[in-house]
Design a protein. Structure first.
Length: 488
């Protein structure tokens, strides 16, 4: 296969994202497989066997063909592939951790992005494969510098004659769901009170026609309590609503289910099942920063003084709550990969971000897992003997915007943030610059950053009163206008 050039927008900071048929195609998936295989051969020595990679895919219409091309590329460069089929991303992460003699994993998924988008999330040795490592795949592909089993015309490193890696890799099917469900339920049963504590709870579940549907159906069949499902059939057209629980409109069906049947609360997931959205018994959305504060109370009760990581978009209420409980709050850049990295660096037992990714490393495996986070929320509510709405209302109040997203030209995505940062620095403003600009003042704070997954800027603000919040949003608009951008 000749050298291959990826579209400039395809290799993002933390994963691979594109529009199928425009910036992403089967040839890209094939080249990605060959490039990642080459990295594996150069970084790992597992002789006398070949390296192995787990591959899964979500429910998008383009995912099966991308998965097939990816597997062909991996096998062509001497990698054995364990194919888990249609699966939520947490199942891929679990398989990569739990199956013997596996070096990495790739999930074909568009996550929460529009339905014509797709991409890849990659892990290597139980850690996210991102940043410079991910960017290196582009260089390998552009040079055609692929590892080539058995010799040939490619420019890549040749394997030793007669070695096992002198042969193309092979693929095999593997059903990981039974072991994954056992792990979910085992982690919950191992907590205070076990499974019996949730006997009286009535929960709604909305999987949004995403990849989590089949596993959640099997999960709730094994749970005590009363459970009501919405949209569990996998359908990549997403006919009922888009599977992004960070957008309130996408929770309307769940809200109607919860309030109509007077359930205790409801949970929702994104397209690949690694994000969690929540509606309380009163039909109110419980945003991720509030959820992290509730999760922190449970973790810190069992592990006093533990570190808890939250992303830069989260409420100051969350960081203050962690500190008041005796924990060590850590602020990190947004994105599942930076959160995981910050947790490793600090030894944190819990992490979360406003997009609904939650990471439990106290008695679970530390990756973002929507169904597991839902189980922890169910256990937290039951264990405290209080309604979720009451637990949320006990947190200090604050006025905050939802995440505001607005498109910007790709070449201006980072430049606008840099221009705003420069103007703020010139005026001596207090700025946290770990991811975009988070500007603090006596009235509250506001944030402007570039999206990691789309050609958009995102903003958020929080204050003690609606009037103060309006002033902070006005500051955002003023800075954007100075760079020729409006929120629309």
């Amino acid at each position: 296969m000749k050298a291959h050039r990826f579209h400039p927008s395809l290799l993002r900071a933390y994963d691979v994202r594109g529009i199928f048929g425009e910036t992403l195609g089967e040839d890209d998936a094939h080249a990605l497989g060959r490039s990642f295989a080459t990295v594996l051969h150069r970084k790992t020595d597992v002789s006398p066997r070949r390296p192995r990679v787990v591959v899964g895919y979500d429910g998008r219409l383009s995912s099966p063909v991308l998965e097939e091309a990816l597997v062909v590329g991996l096998c062509a460069c001497g990698i054995d592939v364990v194919r888990i089929g249609l699966a939520a991303s947490p199942m891929l992460y679990f398989a990569e951790r739990s199956i013997d003699q596996v070096e990495g994993g790739i999930q074909v998924t568009g996550s929460h992005n529009p339905r014509d988008h797709n991409g890849f999330k990659i892990v290597l040795g139980g850690r996210p494969f991102f940043g410079e490592a991910l960017a290196s795949l582009g260089g390998i592909a552009a040079a055609g510098d692929w590892f080539l089993p058995g010799g040939g015309i490619d420019a890549g490193t040749l394997s030793p004659p007669g070695s096992v890696v002198a042969e193309a890799g092979r693929s095999q099917r593997h059903d990981v769901m039974p072991a994954y469900l056992d792990a979910l339920l085992g982690a919950l049963a191992g907590g205070p009170g076990g499974l019996a504590q949730i006997d009286d709870l009535r929960i709604g579940w909305d999987t949004g026609n995403g990849a989590a549907g089949p596993l959640v159906e099997r999960l709730v069949a094994r749970l005590p309590g009363e459970h009501h499902m919405l949209f569990s059939e996998v359908d990549g057209r997403f006919p009922n609503h888009h599977p992004d629980p960070t957008i309130e409109a996408n929770l309307a069906d769940l809200r109607m289910l919860v309030t109509g049947k007077k359930l205790d609360f409801g949970v929702a997931f994104d397209g690949d099942g690694d994000r969690l959205g929540v509606v309380d018994g009163a039909g109110r959305v419980v945003w991720a920063d509030r959820l992290l504060a509730l999760f922190a109370a449970d973790v810190l009760e069992a592990y006093p003084g533990a570190s808890v990581v939250g992303d830069v978009k989260m409420s100051q209420v969350t960081f203050d709550a962690v500190a008041s409980l005796g924990g060590k709050p850590v602020m990190a850049p947004s994105g599942h990969s930076p959160i995981k990295a910050a947790m490793r660096e600090t030894g944190a037992l819990l992490g979360g971000e406003m997009s609904g990714h939650f990471f439990f490393a106290d008695r679970y495996l530390g990756f973002d897992d929507g169904p597991y986070a839902a189980l922890r929320l169910i256990a937290a509510s039951a264990g405290r003997g209080r309604a979720l709405a009451d637990l949320v209302d006990a947190l200090p109040p604050a006025c905050a915007t939802p995440e505001m997203r607005f498109p910007v030209a790709p070449q201006r995505r980072l430049a606008v943030v840099e221009e705003v940062a420069a103007r703020l620095a010139a005026r001596g403003r207090e700025v946290c610059a770990i991811d975009g600009v988070r500007v603090s003042s006596p009235e509250g704070w506001w944030l402007l950053r570039a999206s990691n997954t789309q050609d958009m800027l995102t903003a958020r603000a929080e204050a003690a009163s609606p009037e103060a919040l309006a002033r902070l949003v006005g500051e955002i608009d003023t800075e954007l206008a100075a760079s020729g951008v409006t929120r629309g």
